[in-house]
Design a protein around this ligand. Structure first.
Ligand code: CP
Length: 647
């Protein structure tokens, strides 16, 4: 049995097959292949197009439809779980079409249903059947998807149609320009999936190139890595800026895909910021004469009705294709009821062997909203940073990092370090790996800490203070305009050091710089203001700022790479310089810090920890180094010499 939860549940060949079936929808209508079948539509959120086109498609295939006109009038109102609803309704129907406001809910329901389940939109996660309509429309208009330049415009953060579409465009070899409204950039987990699974990279586009649409938004170009390599610049000087601009200027734009602001998914109190619009200016631009305008609809005021009568405005055609495409999809899924869903090729699945384990950080994920309907499952995306594993939630795809892992047999826990990667991998293969969100969780299950090698103090409290004072002096020396200075710490030790650098700057220059925090593997806002005041609803503006990115230790450079990607997606700062307390000198990625507290070349098995009193109350500030004992080596050593105990 096959479900359609993500656009990745279909191969490119299968999508082409669905399109061929859609091309022959008249024949499908005549053949009535769904005669005697029942489709149930369960829409927990409003819909016009998706629901009615699915219902029309099923009836045109000869099948019939059962539905609940308002899910609030179903037993959901009495507290029935989505799991129970799925179990029950799948005994009344042969296929379920579900829309829900929580990310990942449709997958959770599919796990409890015994008929195919189709995702008609889950929170801000995915909307794969809209993507089928979008690709079908683009192919009809432009012939081939490969090599097309498609501009995705508007709310790219919350727009589920965007997330499914961007993966599909990448798979078919199209290039994507993202033109996000302020604070609504494509989420980092989507960008990283594009990089990891599709070998796509980001480059900025000259915003002048798109002024016809909006002036206040920076564009980014997503394209297969060749010929445009991902640009990593800690200092955007004028020469580099010019190079970046020429990289993607003068593009041929084949389609603008406009989206509405997803107000229903925004936090209460979010201030209304400017939003890109397409109107008469667009129609007058000579260079957009062959650029089609698409929109999943409904529209609010981002797309002027003046475009409706123009040959390039194809969004009503796009909505009309919903019926033949969904007829084709239903036929395709009915024909494959005997097939199994293919597992993901890209990552290692993980499910905790213990009753306590990591929890998805996305507050709108079904695993958080209704844990009873789902089994927390993840993919281990990478051992990305030197000191953390990166997990992706199997339901909503959000990424987050986990640092504590243990072995279910030995009941010992460890703070993850790259030196432990192969050991953790072995345990995972044997289902012995238990990951935890905190040491407290591990200890609640009677796990004990594993002992590490002896500690050596590399920097004392006063060394750290002196280093930060020196770094602040250098930052002030290099700063062109103090009012543009923004100290941006990587969440954790980085943001504490950013606050301390800012304090030093106040003392040395009597200037109170703005301080922000960047979250690399979070599920909420990636950039937020810390000082002078943390006004939650107001996005941190990086445009034209002199950004000092601060972290405690640089080792592989991957954290910095991810941070730069977030920064450049958010806006085009005037410059980004990097400040680290410790430079370990083992970078995989060629990023050179501009300000360093201390250079400490160290081997992979060394662990360097920056202990700060703000994060470890009762402890003094210190930088320590110790060796991570590989647990399997340690076990061998213990067998050879029972007196050996690492401290
Ligand atoms: N495009 C789309 O999903 O429209 P509806 O919300 O009306 O279904």
């Amino acid at each position: 049995m096959r479900n359609l939860i993500s656009i990745d549940d279909l191969t490119n060949e299968e999508i082409e097959e669905i399109f061929s079936l859609a091309d022959a929808s008249d024949k499908l209508r005549a053949d009535r292949p769904a005669s005697g079948e029942i489709m149930a539509t369960l829409f927990y959120e409003p819909s016009t197009r998706t629901r009615l086109s699915f219902e029309s498609a099923m009836q045109r295939l000869g099948g019939s439809v059962i539905s609940c006109s308002d899910m609030k009038a179903s037993s959901t109102a009495k507290g029935e779980t989505v799991a129970d609803t799925a179990k029950v309704v799948s005994s009344y129907a042969d296929v379920l079409v579900v829309r829900h406001n929580w990310d990942g809910t449709v997958l959770a329901m599919a796990e409890h249903a015994n008929v195919p389940v189709i995702n008609a939109g889950d929170g801000s996660h995915e909307h794969p059947t809209q993507t089928l309509c979008d690709l079908y429309t683009l192919r009809k208009e432009k012939g081939e998807l490969k090599g097309l330049n498609v501009v995705l415009c508007g709310d790219l953060k919350n727009g589920r149609t965007i997330h499914s579409l961007v993966y599909a465009l990448a798979r078919f070899g199209a290039n994507v320009v993202t033109l996000a409204a302020n604070g609504m950039a494509l989420p980092q987990y989507v960008i990283e999936r594009l990089e990891r699974e599709y070998d796509y990279a980001l480059a900025p586009v000259a915003s002048d190139d798109l002024n016809a649409v909006v002036t206040e938004t920076d564009a980014l170009y997503l394209t297969p890595k060749q010929p445009h390599e991902l640009a990593l610049y800690t200092q955007v000087d004028q020469v580099i800026q010019a190079r970046l601009n020429t990289m993607a200027t003068g593009l041929r734009y084949d389609a603008f895909y406009m989206t509405r602001k997803q107000k229903e998914r925004m936090k209460e109190g979010t201030t209304d910021t400017s939003y890109p619009t397409i109107g008469p200016n667009f129609l007058r631009e000579q260079r957009f004469q062959d650029t089609v305008v698409m929109h999943p609809l409904p529209r609010v005021d981002e797309l002027s009705p003046e475009v409706d009568g123009d040959r390039r405005g194809i969004y009503f055609k796009q909505a009309a294709y919903g019926v033949p495409v969904r007829m084709a999809l239903l036929k395709f899924l009915f024909d494959r009821r005997a097939e199994k869903r293919k597992p993901s090729r890209h990552a290692i699945p993980y499910q905790s062997p213990e009753p306590i384990g990591p929890q998805c950080r996305n507050p709108n994920c079904v695993t958080v909203r209704e844990p009873i309907s789902s089994r927390r499952r993840f993919e281990i995306v990478s051992s990305g940073q030197a000191n953390a594993l990166i997990l992706a939630c199997a339901y909503c795809d959000h990424r987050f990092k986990v640092q504590i892992g243990g072995n279910v047999q030995s009941k010992k826990y460890y703070v993850f370090d790259s030196a432990l990667a192969s050991t953790f991998r072995d345990w995972l293969k044997k289902d012995e790996l238990a990951l935890f969100d905190s040491i407290k969780e591990a200890e609640e299950l009677d796990y004990e800490p594993f002992k590490s090698g002896p500690h050596r103090v590399l920097m004392t409290e006063s060394d750290i203070h002196t280093a930060l004072a020196n770094m602040s002096g250098q930052i002030l020396h290099d700063c062109r305009e103090l009012s543009r200075l923004l100290i941006l710490g990587v969440r954790g030790a980085g943001s504490q050091l950013a606050r301390r650098l800012a304090k030093e700057i106040v003392q040395q220059a009597n200037h109170n710089p703005e301080v922000g925090e960047i979250e690399i593997y979070g599920s909420g806002d990636e950039l937020k203001r810390l000082l002078p005041d943390a006004r939650e609803a107001e996005p941190l503006n990086l445009k034209d700022r002199e950004v000092i990115l601060v972290d405690d230790v640089i080792f592989t450079g991957r954290t910095v790479k991810s941070a730069l990607s977030i920064i450049f997606r958010s806006a085009r700062p005037q410059s980004v310089r990097l400040a680290v307390l410790i430079d370990r000198g083992h970078r995989e990625i060629p990023v050179k810090p501009n300000y360093v507290g201390k250079h400490i070349p160290s081997s992979e098995s060394d662990r360097v920890r920056v202990k700060l009193s703000e994060l470890e109350p009762g402890e003094r500030d210190q930088v320590i180094i110790y060796t991570i004992m590989n647990p399997s080596e340690e076990a061998r050593r213990t067998a050879r010499n029972s007196e050996f105990t690492a401290k």
